[in-house]
Each structure stands twice: as structure tokens, then as C-alpha cells.
Design a protein around this ligand. Structure first.
Ligand code: ATP
Ligand code: F1X
Length: 312
């Protein structure tokens, strides 16, 4: 069982507009509502492919109830921890050429007591989990020290921890000794203080995160694919998508596919890239199922050319 933890989940509203014009009343051609947040999406992708997971989510207010209803409707197994604040709604404005504009709320503050209750739910369930996957932004309230303590307790009690977050939370996961971290290009740049221009820059940044404590680094690079640096070496891969529809949740699908396939080596990177590419081809934050996956366009290489420039 894979345990996902989304400390700041959301109800995701995607509105399809012909063209985004500031200052105008725009009429949506279509709209979708999905349960959201990065760990929630990892659970949804795993479920769509028949893999068991449990999603831990703090929930509150009418949107919290809606999130629980949406997760129940999809059949996602969850541990919902009640909180006083209102779960956030995040907005996606999607244009026909695949451009997405996202507006994410900060989310409800968690009190110390609420964070302790969420942590207890996570630590209790972690003992039977193959992976504990902590994803997304930190809500206001607990602060980085409390998050660091949760990561340290998970690693200390023998859990295999994966962290997909940004800024101080990503670095806290690295320092705690997470078995896996999944930064995207911007998160990697922020973590090492340098914008990567080539694959070699990405690989060097991944090595730095490993030296700082992470077991493996899966760096997602948008249309440039992904790089895996772990104890076995370096792998890089791409999976071209001819008509991108929505990149929202693509990183979550990549991570889910990588974990589903064993989180190691070329087969796992191939699977992650196939899931990521499939997510990009679907509207909103829809997660791909087996019928959406096409592994034939994925290519993975060991020891890739470090001078390859990044485009996306
Ligand atoms: N334009 C694209 N064309 C092909 N594949 C893409 C494209 N964008 C994303 N992908 C695939 O999805 C994966 C994840 O994308 P990205 O690096 O944008 O993740 P992310 O920023 O974490 O996304 P999110 O936070 O929305 O889940 C990439 O590694 C790649 O496999
Ligand atoms: O604000 P965060 O926590 O960084 O990201 C939240 C979010 O943008 O991530 C998911 C896509 O990866 C969406 O479902 C959700 O709205």
C-alpha cells in the first residue's frame, strides 16, 4: 500500500476558455471539478491503474465536504482529518492550445493541534505502507520545523519517504533522508540556487541533492522529460506529446507511475514518463488509466549527453 499525504489539498476547478483576456468577462466553453492536491492526484493515478493507496487529507468547511465526496465518488481510500478552516479551491484556466493559467489559494491554516492530528494519522498508517509520499505546498500554520519533524520521524521509523514539494519543504525532505524527492525544473533551480540550462546542469543539481541526503532524485522537466539520479547512476528519458491539453497533475502522474513500477531503473522511469505524457494529453487534472498509456514513444538512456540544452 502507498500512503499519500497532502497537507494542503484542494477542490480543483478547471474552466476552458477560448482565449485568456485580462479585464474581460470570459465565458467558459466547458468546466470540470476534480479532487485536487499533489498527493491526492498520486492516489487517483494509482487507483486508475489498480494500485492500492490511501490518501491522508486535512479537510474542512463546505469545500472539505465536497473534496471527501469527490474522493468517495472516485473510490479513493482516504483518511480525512477534520480541521476548522475551509479547504481551498484552486482554479485552472485552460486554453485550447494547452496553455494553462493556475490560481492556487494559500489554503486554510492548520493549528498545532490539527497538525499533530494529521501527523499521528500519517505515522500510524505509515507502519503498513510501502511508501509514504508527501506532496504539495505546506498550508499556513505548522511551519517548517514541524514539517521537518514529521519527515524525520517517518524516516526514523523506517518508512520509505518520497517528497514532492518546493522551497524549504523540499530541502527538509532531502535533509531528513527521504528515499526519493521529485522536484520540477523550477524547484530544482531554487533548491541549488542555479537555473539549469542543460541536462548536465540538471544532473549536477540532482547529485547535490543526493549529497545533501536524498536517496534518489527524480527531476521532472516538462516537455524535456525527466532525469533519475540514484545509487545506480543516471538515466534520462523523454516521451513526446503531439497535442498537450493540460499539464496540471503531470508531475503527480509521473511520480505515481514511477512508484507503481518499483521506483528504480529504466523500467520505472519509462513507466513514469508514460503516465506523465498520458496526463498531459488529458483535460484538467484527469489521471490516466491503462487505456491512456502508450509506452512505445518513451525513450530512456543511461549516461545521457550532458550538453543537451533544455527547451521547456
Ligand atoms: N509539454 C509536455 N510534453 C510532453 N511531456 C510532458 C509535457 N509537460 C509535462 N510532461 C511530462 O510530465 C512530466 C511532469 O511534468 P512537469 O515537469 O511539468 O511536472 P510538475 O511541474 O511537477 O507538474 P504538476 O505540478 O502540474 O504536477 C514530465 O516529466 C514529462 O514526462
Ligand atoms: O499549491 P500546491 O500544493 O503546490 O499545488 C496544488 C495543485 O496545483 O497541484 C496539483 C497539480 O499537481 C493540483 O491538483 C493542485 O491544485
Amino acid at each position: 500500500m502507498i500512503l499519500t499525504v497532502t497537507l494542503n489539498p484542494s477542490v480543483d476547478r478547471a474552466l476552458e476558455v477560448d482565449v485568456l483576456v485580462r479585464g474581460e468577462v470570459l465565458r467558459a466553453a466547458d468546466s470540470h471539478i476534480d479532487p485536487g492536491g499533489k498527493g491526492v492526484n498520486v492516489s487517483r493515478a494509482l487507483l486508475a491503474n489498480g494500485i492500492r493507496s490511501t490518501a491522508v487529507v486535512p479537510t474542512g468547511g463546505a469545500e472539505g465536504d465536497q473534496l471527501v465526496d469527490l474522493l468517495n465518488a472516485e473510490g479513493v481510500d482516504m483518511l480525512a482529518v477534520p480541521i476548522a478552516g475551509r479547504t481551498r479551491s484552486n482554479i485552472t484556466l485552460a486554453e485550447p492550445d494547452g496553455t494553462v493559467t493556475k490560481i492556487n489559494e494559500a489554503g486554510p491554516a492548520l493549528s498545532d493541534t490539527e497538525f499533530a492530528q494529521v501527523s499521528k494519522a500519517v505515522l500510524d498508517a505509515a507502519s503498513t505502507a510501502d511508501w509514504v509520499v508527501v506532496c504539495g505546498s505546506l498550508p499556513p500554520g505548522p511551519g517548517i520545523a514541524a514539517f521537518t519533524e514529521l519527515c524525520e520521524r517517518l524516516v526514523g521509523s523506517g518508512s520509505r519517504l518520497a517528497v514532492d514539494s518546493s522551497g524549504a519543504a523540499l530541502l527538509a525532505g532531502v535533509a531528513a533522508g527521504a528515499a526519493l524527492v521529485k522536484p520540477n525544473r523550477e524547484e530544482l533551480a531554487e533548491a541549488v540556487g542555479r537555473e539549469p540550462a542543460t541536462l548536465g546542469d540538471v544532473i549536477e543539481a540532482c547529485h547535490r541533492l543526493r549529497a545533501a541526503g536524498a536517496g534518489a532524485v527524480l527531476a521532472s522537466l516538462g516537455a524535456d522529460g525527466a532525469v533519475l539520479v540514484d545509487a545506480d547512476g543516471v538515466l534520462a528519458g523523454v516521451s513526446p506529446v503531439s497535442v498537450p491539453r493540460s499539464t496540471v497533475g503531470a508531475g503527480d502522474a509521473l511520480l505515481a507511475g514511477f512508484l507503481a513500477a518499483g521506483a528504480r531503473g529504466s523500467a520505472a522511469l519509462t513507466e513514469g514518463l508514460a503516465w506523465g505524457a498520458a496526463a498531459v494529453s488529458l483535460p484538467g487534472s484527469r489521471m490516466p488509466g491503462p487505456a491512456d498509456l502508450d509506452r512505445t514513444h518513451v525513450s530512456v538512456t543511461p549516461d545521457p549527453d550532458p550538453s543537451r540544452p533544455l527547451h521547456s
